[in-house]
Design a protein around this ligand. Sequence first.
Ligand SMILES: NC(=O)c1ccc[n+]([C@@H]2O[C@H](COP(=O)([O-])OP(=O)(O)OC[C@H]3O[C@@H](n4cnc5c(N)ncnc54)[C@H](O)[C@@H]3O)[C@@H](O)[C@H]2O)c1
Length: 271
Amino acid sequence: MAHVLVTGAAGGIGGAVAEEFAAQGALLTLSDRDPEALERTAARLGGKTAAHAADLTEPDAPAALVEEAWAARGPVDVLVNAAGVYPSLDMAEVDARAWDRLFAVNLRAPVLTTAAFARLAVAGGRPGAVVNISSGSALRSRPGGGPYASSKAALEMATRAAALELGEHGIRVNAVSPGFVQVSSGCNPVSAEYAAAIGANPLGRPGSPRDIARAVCWIAGPDASWITGEVLRVDGGSSTGALHLPRIWQPGDTRATPLAASAATTEGPTP
Ligand SMILES: NC(=O)c1ccc[n+]([C@@H]2O[C@H](COP(=O)([O-])OP(=O)(O)OC[C@H]3O[C@@H](n4cnc5c(N)ncnc54)[C@H](O)[C@@H]3O)[C@@H](O)[C@H]2O)c1
């Protein structure tokens, strides 16, 4: 039975990841900074689940979490770093405190849990898998999303760097990059306007936390045993391009947006 440690487990995506692993019979250690919500998640998942509340912005908390989970319940096989914050913060408004807090949760914590996990796994001669939850923002920011996007871009590089160094020990490190999924988060609220504007994707349906969780379980599992350093985009195809932009107009193209016609007569189509 795999021992799986999930951070951010009281949240939408982390909770769904925990549920998915529980359905596979995993031994779960769940962590979050919100102890009451965490207890509710652990209680929902039943007997084999332990809750370990921790604020991962505390410098020593990420390593302590992994070490204590390992000592209390045996070696950890899979580490999922799902804790994260996505405040709206313009690049012109950022200050040291806000930047450091964001990066402490979104980048430093997963880097430090991974380091602690790797030290213990290597010392014990055990293979393992780490899955970091990134974001489509790592490739494409939006107004108010610059610091968050920066943290996730750095997380993707940290994922590849760790994969490069830990592969020889049988430790795989990957990321899953969700598109927007509605999670009704208390700590990460988004407006209805934002959800409506960002929701469109080529597959034409909203994503769910379970869509993300199933990808996490797959990439952590044996069917993905030759995959490391990968970023798996689970976003209904929204990172493939700008679905909301009009078609470039061609004469006779009846599907094209008429908007293109006026621009094309004076300036030609915009590539
Ligand atoms: N929901 C989306 O559309 C979406 C899209 C892309 C990426 N993500 C990423 O998915 C992950 C999960 O987000 P979510 O959407 O489920 O949000 P969520 O708010 O439901 O979950 C985040 C969890 O992280 C916990 N957390 C926050 N700060 C913490 C800290 N200092 N220490 C410990 N725990 C802390 C929160 O308590 C919360 O339970 C995040 O990394 C987020 O960046 C979400």
